[in-house]
Design a protein around this ligand. Structure first.
Ligand code: UT7
Length: 340
């Protein structure tokens, strides 16, 4: 059904911690080597929160403050903040609530959503629905994860992959043909065995046993996830292309979840895209879970022009996966004209 308005991204912000964890640093922690990590994952370094007082909401707030500065948005203008994260500050008290408090938003309400690596995409569609319905005027969608809080730095299967970071976008209404056009999402709970943090929730509350068994760390069967990720992202991108009568040659930018360079390249190849069409920053940040896509948008924003056709796609724990089609709009900025 046609909506009254389109929801378009009008400002962006990102934040990554200053501390760089290189592949050589990881060689000191586990039995691995930089060449293996680069050739199997494409990751050269990732950013890690060092200060124990910095939580996910702090990174999310810093990304939001950057968005407000670059987009010239006042705190009181924002209606709603949706934070997608798998690493909330607390089990109870939403990270969204903390972000509203820390960023000084007096007229907004904040909530969390969680769909792991697909979380930002899902939250983006939820936020867009708030704008399209006319219920909200300015919705901020944030993907933020402090993965270093759930990574076991003695497990070489996982510790090489993840980093910390946050990315934020502002959604506003437009009557022009810009913004979110369509989404195609799927979940399959049977995938949970292959990528999970088992304890700390209501199923396995924290206990001496869960600590002893290291169940508060992320665990994954990389090979299963690898194959499912390529298939899931390829299929949903094809669904979106088909539903919107698009050829892959009409796609200006594919912005994929950054979990593994080989996954990204396989999806790009399956869709018949050239290397220039596929946006990549995994080499510098690793997998920041819900933050990868907004950080990639933030990094590449100067390459995007109003009217560009973009597909965003993700795959993650759940399993959860999908693709969103959007037409890039006009940013409120400051950024490209006034940045030094
Ligand atoms: O964002 C959510 C979704 N997550 C993902 O999409 C991650 C998906 N999976 C992957 O990215 C890859 O499966 C990994 C990067 C996790 C692993 O790469 P792989 O090419 O699938 O390696 P593998 O697990 O098949 O292991 C190949 C070999 C094994 O040795 P053997 O059995 O062949 O002797 C591993 O023990 O590499 C070994 N290995 C390592 N060697 C050096 C595994 N991890 C490491 C390591 N350093 N860190």
């Amino acid at each position: 059904m046609r909506t009254r308005y389109n929801a378009v991204i009008t400002a962006l912000g990102g934040y990554v911690p200053d501390t760089i964890l290189t592949n050589h640093d990881l060689e000191e922690l586990v039995d691995t080597n930089s060449e293996w990590i680069v050739s199997r994952t494409g990751i050269k370094e990732r950013r890690i929160v060092k200060d124990p007082n910095i939580a996910t909401s702090d990174m999310a707030t810093l990304a939001l403050l950057r968005l407000m500065e670059d987009g010239n948005v006042q705190p009181d203008e924002i209606d709603c903040v949706i934070v997608s994260t798998s690493t909330p500050d607390y089990v109870m008290v939403s990270t969204g609530s903390m972000v509203c408090e820390k960023a000084g938003l007096k007229n907004a309400w904040g909530i969390d959503t969680n769909a792991a690596c697909s979380g930002f995409l899902y939250a983006l569609t939820l936020g867009a629905s708030m704008i399209e319905s006319g219920r909200s005027k300015k919705v901020v969608v944030i993907g933020a994860d402090k993965n270093s809080s759930i990574v076991n730095y003695t497990d070489r299967n996982t510790c090489i992959l993840f980093g910390d970071g946050a990315g934020a976008v502002l959604l506003e209404k437009t009557e022009e043909e810009f913004g979110l056009m369509d989404s195609f999402f799927r979940t399959d709970g049977s995938g949970k065995e292959n990528l999970i943090v088992t304890a700390g929730g209501s199923k396995n509350p924290a206990s001496q046993e869960t600590l002893d068994q290291k169940l508060h760390y992320v665990r994954q069967d990389g090979r299963v996830v690898f194959k499912a990720a390529i298939q899931g992202m390829t299929d949903t991108c094809n669904e979106i292309l088909k539903a919107n009568h698009l050829q892959s040659s009409q796609i200006d930018h594919l912005v994929p979840h950054q979990a593994n360079l080989r996954i990204i390249q396989a999806v790009g190849d399956n869709l018949g895209l050239s290397a220039e069409q596929v946006k990549i920053n995994i080499d510098r940040y690793g997998n920041t879970t819900a933050a990868t896509i907004p950080l990639c948008l933030w990094d590449y924003q100067k390459d995007f022009k109003a009217g560009d056709n973009m597909i965003l796609t993700a795959f993650g724990a759940g399993f959860s996966w999908g693709a969103t089609y959007l037409k890039w709009g006009k940013l409120r900025h400051k950024t490209s004209e006034n940045e030094d």
